[in-house]
Design a protein around this ligand. Sequence first.
Ligand code: AMP
Length: 485
Amino acid sequence: MTNTATEINSSTGVSEAANPSVTDTDTAATASPPATITFADFGLDPKIQKAVLEQGYNTPTPIQAQSIPHVLAGSDLMGAAQTGTGKTAAFVLPIIQKILRHASNSASPARHPIRALVLTPTRELAVQVAENAANYSKHTDLRAAVVYGGVDMKEQVGILRNGVEILIATPGRLLDHIGSKVANLSQVEILVLDEADRMLDMGFLPDLQRIIDLIPAQRQTLLFSATFSPEIKKLAQSYLRTPVTVEVARQNAAADTVKQVVHMVSSADKQRAIVKVLEARTRAGLSRQCIIFTNSRLGCAKLSRALERDGIKAGAIHGDKSQGERTLTLDAFKSGAIEALVATDVAARGLDIPDMPCVINHELPYNAEDFIHRIGRTGRAGSKGDAIALVDASEKRLLDDIEKLMKRKLDVKPLPEGAPSQSRPSFSSYGSAPAKMSDPFFYKPYEPSASTASTTDPAKPEEKKVGITPAKPAVGALLGGFKKK
Ligand code: AMP
C-alpha cells in the first residue's frame, strides 16, 4: 500500500528530518502516529470540503494531517510549523467544522457572536488568515472578519456590531474594540495564538494576557509557533490544557526545496549585485520576481529607489508605509507589476505569496531566526525556491549565528557572470576589518529587527495609529470584503 505520509512529504518538500511527527512534551498527551489521511477522512461538512476542493488542495499537508483530527476531537494543541506548511488551514478548517452548528442566516447580531478568535502578530498575517477563513467558510452562513491597527476603526466597528463568528485580530486593535464595547469575547469557544513566538518577541504578552482573561476558561486553545522556546512553553503551560504537540518540521530548519547560496559582496556592491543576479535569472529563463530583505526601513526605501533607477520594477514594504500603501504594493507584486519587493522584517512573516521563486538577503538579519522566516517566503508548500544572501565581511558573526541555528554551512559561490567585481575578502578573511563602503548609509544598517526589539518594532506602533484610511481598502478590514461570494 502506498504510504501517504511519504507522499505528503514529497509533495510539500518536507524532508525526512521534517517528517510529520507528534512529540511528547512535559505537558503533551501522546498522539498517534500519522496515518494515511485524505481530506475526506476528516469528516468535514460537505460545505467545507467543497471549499477545500475549490482551493485545489488534493492532499492534506503534514501539519493538516496531524492537527485537524486533534482539533476536531477538542484537544488543545501546540503546533510547531514553519510558514508555508499549510498551518492556516490546519486550524481554520476544523474551527469552521466545530462552530458550524452555530451558523445562522439571521440578520440579528445576537445570532452571530464571536465563537473563534485568532490572534496574530501582524496585520499582514491577520489579513491572510482572514482570507483563508473567508474562503473555507464561503459555502456556510458563518461570518469571518479581521481587525488590525493602522486603519480607521469605524468600518471595523460596523462589521463587529453586525456580528461575526470567526474574528482574526492583532492584539492592540482588538483591545481597542473591547475597550469601546464593540467586541465581546464571552462566547468564544476556540482561541488560536498564531505565530505565538513572534507575538512574544513583539512584546504582546501583556495584551495577550488581558485578552485571554476575557475568554471563558472552558475553551479550546491552539498555539502555533515556528519554534518552541522556553518562553513559548511557559505561555503554553499558562494557557493550554494538556496540549497535544504536533511538529511537522525540524525546528530551525528551512524547507529542503530551498536552494541556499551565499555571495560574498562588499556592502557598496550589493545593489549592483542584485541587478546582476536578476539579469542572470532572466538569462537562465527564471522569473525575476523576488523579495529582497533589508534590515532598516530607510535602507529598504533607498534600495527600492536605487533598483528602480537600474530599470528593475521595485516596490518597498516596511513599517513606515501606511496599510493602504502596503496593500497596493503587495497587490502590484502579486500581479507582476512589481518584480522586486524590497522589505523589512515586518513583511518577513505572514505574507502568502505562492510560488515565490527567489528571496535575496541584502543584509543578514541581526536575529538568526529572522533568516529562517525570511527564506521561508520561498519553497512554500513544496515549490522550489532560491535563497540568496549577499554577505559583507562585517557580517561574519551574523552568518555564524545563522549556520549554527540551521546546523549547516551555507554554500558560498561566486556571483553570476557579469557581476560587479568582488572587492570582497574571501571567506577565510572573515573577521578582518570590513571592506571600505562607499555608501555610508549601509554602514549603519542597525535598526533592531522586529524580533529583537519590542519597543522599536516597526509593526507595533502602527497598532496604535488610528485615522489612516488606506488608499484602497485592504482585503479585509474590510470584513466587508469577506461577504460570501
Ligand atoms: P500557510 O502555511 O497556511 O501560509 O499556507 C501556505 C500555502 O499553502 C498557502 O498558499 C496555502 O494556500 C497552501 N496550502 C494550504 N494547504 C494546502 C494543501 N493541502 N495542498 C496544497 N496547498 C496548500
